[in-house]
Design a protein around this ligand. Structure first.
Ligand code: HEC
Length: 120
């Protein structure tokens, strides 16, 4: 009985932690190859690794040469800042040199962020 109860509590906590919008990580995954064209773990990748990006400080990888704009941005990449950045990279971090113009469809940005959360 006690076991069942704690299961129910854990379940409702998980629900409470879910974002209010219905972001779809599986759909995000199908969009992610557009990012992986540049963002890989390889040393010669055009973009910095996005492993563990959620919760990371902007421009914090030692082995990637960020633009001065990104170095100055002083953001913590959480779900909200990532959504803003992916909708409008130049609007969020003016002068950064990521050659990606942003998702025209806001739901696509939400879904990619939901997928980024799973990259550990
Ligand atoms: C054409 C190459 C390219 C594509 C496509 C691209 N990026 Fe980037 N991205 C970069 C580069 C280069 C930077 C570094 C920018 C700077 O230093 O100004 C960057 C930076 C970032 C950062 C900041 C990383 C950090 O460590 O602070 C995030 C987050 C990010 N990109 C996410 C994405 C996502 C998600 C996608 C797909 C929707 C994507 N990018 C598509 C090249 C790319």
């Amino acid at each position: 009985m006690r076991l069942m109860l704690s299961g129910a509590i854990a379940g409702s906590l998980l629900m409470a932690g879910a974002p209010a919008f219905a972001a779809d990580a599986n759909h995000g995954k199908t969009l992610y190859p557009a990012c992986a064209a540049c963002h890989t773990e390889k040393p010669d990748a055009l973009g910095p690794s996005l492993k563990g990006i959620v919760g990371r400080k902007s421009a914090s990888l030692e082995d990637f040469r960020y633009s001065p704009a990104m170095k100055r941005a002083n953001l913590t990449w959480d779900e909200a800042t990532l959504r803003d950045y992916l909708k409008d990279p130049q609007g969020k971090v003016k002068g950064n040199r990521m050659p990606f113009s942003g998702f025209a469809n806001a739901a696509d940005a939400d879904d990619v962020v939901a997928y980024l959360v799973t990259l550990k």
